[in-house]
Design a protein. Structure first.
Length: 176
């Protein structure tokens, strides 16, 4: 009788230990999956997501009203606080931020087209192109990839071209 009870107790212990081991393996798998998902999500935070249809429609509506105002008055309906801004045709282009590795471009009155960046300094000329990306209240160039610029003064010129208009802006960049 004692041997049968020992066997039952022993069997019960094995069952509990196996169940606990399986539970630990499952929890470790869930934890690993969660860790990898959170790691992938955090690295994608700097990658722009495609605009939704609602964002595109809103941006196009605002741009059309800006172009309509601009056409009626002969002046842009609004301007940004950009350090340098210029207009050619009906396109307003500005460079509110520039440093040795990146710059920001804002475009008003654009639906689609192309941007060209020209960087000149230290006897070098760097030219990059990008498409225009529509936003809800303005557009921007999709992005230019250029490495750290060498020390000195550089001139950044962004030219924008659509099927019916052009525009440009120039910004000086001092790299120490």
């Amino acid at each position: 009788m004692i041997k049968i009870q020992k066997d039952k107790t022993s069997l019960r212990r094995r069952t509990v230990l196996i169940s606990l081991a399986v539970l630990v393996v499952i929890l470790a798998g869930i934890g690993g999956y969660w860790y990898l998902q959170s790691k992938n999500t955090s690295s994608d935070t700097n990658t722009p997501k495609p605009a939704t249809k609602e964002q595109i429609d809103s941006g196009n509506s605002i741009k059309e009203s800006t172009v309509d105002s601009s056409t009626k008055t002969g002046k842009p309906s609004s301007t940004s606080d950009a350090p340098t801004e210029s207009t050619d045709g009906s396109v307003v282009v500005s460079i509110p931020y520039a440093d040795s590795t990146r710059l920001t471009v804002l475009i008003q009155g654009i639906v689609s087209g192309a941007c060209t960046l020209t960087l000149e300094g230290n006897g070098q000329t760097i030219t990059k192109t990008a498409n225009i990306q529509s936003g809800p209240s303005s557009s921007t160039c999709e992005g230019f990839s250029y490495g750290p610029l060498g020390a000195g003064t550089w001139t950044a010129t962004v030219s924008v071209k659509t099927s019916s208009a052009t525009g440009s802006a120039t910004q000086s960049i001092t790299v120490k």
